[in-house]
Design a protein around this ligand. Structure first.
Ligand code: MN
Length: 214
């Protein structure tokens, strides 16, 4: 996607019904075309009246929002985060069947979590344990260590490099799963595009310190 103002909504990288039955067409339509689009539009509107910051990359807006003037700071925090997070979210899902992590990522998962099932359990606890709206993340630091964390609202895990994220805002699942966040998490996990996540990990390992992933 575009790295700088004006930002554009990247197209959904698969058909709207391609993730059924795990995520249905209605969920993807509203989530991508309405919610994700609203963050893109809101970020552009904020920056339209702030030309001094139009050269900032999406990565920098998410990392350095604290440096912005009062009338921009919270809006950019929320909306640049919303753009960054949703871009990764939709890119790291894939229609079934999906294949496993590559050997490098699988080895790192074994080293840092004790295996894929333990990574899943850590992500599940982060996703279900996030009170209210937010995200669960798999991240990698400058030394290549993996970690799981959660963030509220549209906060990103930067400067840790995100490899994978589970959106646990109700808009990500309520139309299909209502209050059953745990069922949504199980469905989301089945759709993770492990070859892409493996590529993101390889990119981080090849280019440290972390660089933008999108
Ligand atoms: Mn969302």
């Amino acid at each position: 996607m575009e790295q700088r103002y004006p930002f554009t909504l990247p197209p959904l990288p698969y058909a709207y019904d391609a993730l059924e039955p795990e995520l249905d067409e209605k969920v993807l339509h509203f989530h991508h075309d309405k919610h994700f689009a609203a963050y893109v539009d809101a970020l552009n509107q904020l920056l339209e009246r702030a030309p001094a910051y139009q050269s900032w990359s999406l990565w920098k807006l998410c990392l350095d929002w604290r440096e912005l003037p009062d009338d921009l700071r919270q809006g950019v925090r929320n909306n640049a985060g919303g753009v960054f997070n949703h871009d990764l979210y939709f890119r790291t899902l894939h229609p079934l069947p999906v294949s496993a992590p590559d050997a490098a990522l699988e080895g790192a998962v074994a080293r840092d979590f004790g295996g894929m099932m333990k990574l899943k359990e850590a992500m599940r606890q982060a996703a279900l344990g996030q009170f209210g709206s937010g995200w669960a993340w798999l991240t990698v630091d400058r030394d290549g260590r993996l970690a799981v964390q959660k963030t509220p609202n549209q906060d990103t895990p930067l400067p840790l490099s995100p490899l994978l994220c589970c959106d646990v805002w109700e808009h990500a699942y309520y139309l299909q799963y209502q209050n059953r966040r745990a069922d949504y998490f199980e469905a989301w996990w089945r759709l993770v595009d492990w070859p892409l996540v493996s590529q993101l990990y390889a990119d981080c390992m090849a280019c440290r310190p972390p660089r933008p992933l999108s």
